[in-house]
Design a protein around this ligand. Sequence first.
Ligand code: ATP
Length: 238
Amino acid sequence: MTRPAGAGGRQGEAAGRRSPWIPPSDHRVGILGGTFDPIHYGHLAIAEEVREALDLDRVFFVPAGKPPHKLDERITPAEQRAAMVALAIEGNPAFVLSRIELERDGPSYTVDTLELLTQEARRQGIGRELYFILSEEALAGLPNWRKPERIMALCRLAVVPRPGAAAPDELELEARFAGRADRIVPIRTAPLAHSASEVRRRAAAGQSIRYLVPPAVEAYIRDHRLYRSAKPAEERAK
Ligand code: ATP
């Protein structure tokens, strides 16, 4: 079983956490934040591509407790989304489930997570390099995130392509992020069409999701009767 990072349940080592969010031995770290409703092979493939391309020690999968851009949407409870992440990455020591956004209330802002991880690295006395992994599609929405400039100060952005959204070239990046384009690292890889919404749509229609998600995630979805209809789990449970 993959040990969840930060299983201590309280906020930060200073507050008496039993384990750090990121162990001091990890210097080059990828952060893949998402709703993971559910995690699919696209997430796993981009994490592996970026890990290899940037020679990362580890990639932390960070399910959002409450995704700020989905506050009005019904989504699967955070613990079930996290459970599916744990199942998907089980057996891969380079991939870790992080509970950092499940441990705090309110919307899960990426900037707050990066601040906490940076403070932790300072306490550990190490110069850790954080790479936040996101698709070009998500990068296009970055200006609408909370404190995008601060995000780019706290980490580098490892940008992968997604169908319909190619990884940006240097000239384009300089035009969009003047003076900060060096904080963006395009990862040249083939776009993958996987999406969580397509997995949900297929599950709701009773279609196969085999080869879109790992077998253990497929079994979890079946056993917990997730995505059985267009309505999400919380609503169906009523
Ligand atoms: P949904 O279909 O519900 O919008 P999603 O598949 O985009 O979900 P998220 O958990 O929202 O899944 O994604 C987390 C991160 O992974 C985002 O940066 C997203 O753009 C990226 N991502 C997800 N699927 C792919 C993919 N097939 N290729 C590249 N990036 C992806």
